[in-house]
Design a protein around this ligand. Structure first.
Ligand SMILES: CC(C)(COP(=O)(O)OP(=O)(O)OC[C@H]1O[C@@H](n2cnc3c(N)ncnc32)[C@H](O)[C@@H]1OP(=O)(O)O)[C@@H](O)C(=O)NCCC(=O)NCCS
Length: 183
């Protein structure tokens, strides 16, 4: 049975093989290339990413939900998202969101992050949910702060990302903090 999470305007659902052209568009987006630590530089890497997303969806002990964001109204592809349970520390999950440029700055990022927080804490019963981003990525920082995640620290210049040493900012929320927000 296919999996989905629905927000007010977006459906997050499993990838299919015919999403390949959509991934190619994401891979060419300048913001994706500048800020996101996912390698979709070659056809082989894009196919591997897609295969992983599709294979994980079949897994009965699913740890990694790599989901396409599509508009509810017309089913238009809007971006790549995920919530991934840490295999070594299965009470923690990471959330990631990458939207195509035409979907940025319309509140979709916040809407999706809120939905994943809800899924992470209420369904997966995580103790901690976190997101991370390039320290230069102001949009990503703004979304995580807007959704109430706490800044946890920066790992400085730990990886070369195409044209710069990337420093990574971590933002997290604990189950008790999520519960406080609901009350
Ligand atoms: C990061 C991203 C997911 C944010 O989603 P979004 O839908 O654009 O964000 P929202 O519209 O929900 O905006 C949330 C906040 O971020 C702010 N924001 C959005 N884009 C911004 C930008 N480029 N610079 C500064 N602030 C920005 C908004 O003003 C808003 O702040 P507010 O609550 O004070 O009004 C999206 O911009 C994106 O996918 N970017 C390209 C890829 C990427 O960097 N992904 C993140 C990888 S970690």
């Amino acid at each position: 049975m296919s999996f989905s999470i629905t927000t007010e305007r977006i459906i997050l659902s499993d990838f299919a093989q015919d999403d390949y052209p959509h991934l190619c568009r994401v891979a060419q987006d300048p913001d994706f290339r500048k800020y996101v630590l996912v390698w979709l530089d070659s056809d082989e890497q894009i196919q591997k990413f897609l295969r992983h997303a599709i294979d994980e969806a079949q897994n009965t002990d699913r740890m990694d939900y790599v989901l396409a964001a599509r508009t509810r109204e017309a089913g238009v592809f809007a971006g790549i998202t995920f919530i991934e349970i840490d295999r070594l520390c299965p009470t923690t999950a990471e959330i990631g969101i990458v939207l195509l440029p035409e979907f940025c700055r319309n509140g979709y990022g916040s809407e999706i992050l809120e939905a994943y927080l809800r899924y992470g804490f209420e369904v997966l019963k995580m103790h901690r949910v976190f997101g991370k981003c390039d320290a230069l990525n102001l949009a990503s920082v703004a979304v995580m702060e807007r959704c109430g995640l706490t800044y946890e620290g920066t790992i400085r210049e730990h990886v070369w990302l195409r044209d710069h040493w990337r420093s990574t900012k971590y933002y997290g929320m604990l189950a008790a903090e999520y519960a406080d927000r609901q009350s």
